[in-house]
Write a protein that binds this ligand. Structure first.
Ligand code: DGL
Length: 277
């Protein structure tokens, strides 16, 4: 059975892989983290598109049957280029499922989106949210430092609190404040406890991982029995076929160490492979 390909700029997309694996227990996964070129969130759209097409190409060469773009920054700019480059492969990003989840929970019609600079600049969440509910109020906040905090393992404590207050207090103080906080970046789910405390109990936190997994399940159900021509099993013939295989473009030791936090489980070095794009 061919795996589902998942890629991200680094380890953050493992939060999405984790949700996919929970929702789809019968599937195998091939994950690529472009750790050599992280972060994508501060780069131009042209560069992120080029990198994304290269990441996807490597996964397609390995025989994936579908692609999940776990990186929000890549999802917000690269989906049309990916569909054009790999027309036979269904491609799912995280922006549309995230927007769907936020629109479903907001009661006062005001959603705050926190994301990287690139995602905010591209405005993909703004468009996806307002396409679902015209007139919805959307406040976007670029929060680059949350990525570093998560990678450093500083998910809670005085530093995480101070950074969260600095980014979010101005947005969430006041009578017409958002009642929904959309986590528009792979790294932010691991900061949920801090974010929830800082924005207060009246605000619902939404991330796209679970809704993306549900969307992939629906996509696969609609294509039952469908597998691409090149077979993953053939490529690995003679070897036991693992449920997870991880490719990274740099730093396997760091990938396994930091990635375990995002994946919520240890990553064995035998599951890891260094690749050059
Ligand atoms: N994966 C990126 C995202 O979800 C965050 C890290 C980066 O900037 O590359 O937007």
């Amino acid at each position: 059975m061919n795996p589902i390909g998942v890629f991200d700029s680094g380890v953050g997309g493992l939060t999405v892989l984790r949700a996919l694996a929970e929702r789809l227990p019968g599937e195998r996964f091939l994950y690529l983290g472009d750790t050599a070129r992280l972060p994508y969130g501060t780069k131009t759209a042209e560069t992120v598109i080029r990198y994304s097409v290269q990441c996807a190409g490597r996964l397609v060469d390995r025989g994936v049957k579908a692609l999940v773009v776990a990186c929000n920054t890549a999802s917000s700019v690269a989906l049309p280029a990916l569909a054009a480059a790999y027309p036979g492969i269904p491609v799912l990003g995280v922006v549309e499922p995230g927007a769907e989840a936020a629109v479903a929970v907001t009661r006062n019609g005001h959603v705050a989106v926190i994301a990287t600079e690139g995602t905010v600049r591209g405005g993909a969440y703004l468009r996806a949210l307002q396409a679902r509910r015209p007139g919805l109020r959307v406040t976007q906040v670029p929060c680059a430092l949350f990525v570093s905090l998560a990678e450093e393992g500083w998910m809670e404590g005085a530093v995480a609190d101070a950074v969260a207050h600095r980014y979010l207090d101005a947005v969430f103080n006041g009578t017409d404040a958002p009642d929904t906080l959309l986590l528009g970046c792979t790294h932010f789910p691991v900061l949920k406890a801090t974010l929830a405390r800082v924005v207060g109990s009246g605000v619902r936190l939404v991330d796209s991982a679970a809704t993306t997994a549900a969307a992939m399940e629906a996509l696969l159900a609609g294509r039952e029995g469908w597998e691409p021509v090149s077979s993953y099993d053939e490529q690995l013939s003679g070897q036991p076929i693992p449920r997870f295989h991880f490719l990274a473009t740099d730093g396997l030791e760091r990938f396994a160490r930091v990635g375990a936090t995002f994946m919520g489980a240890p990553i064995a070095t035998s599951e890891l492979e260094l690749v050059d794009l």
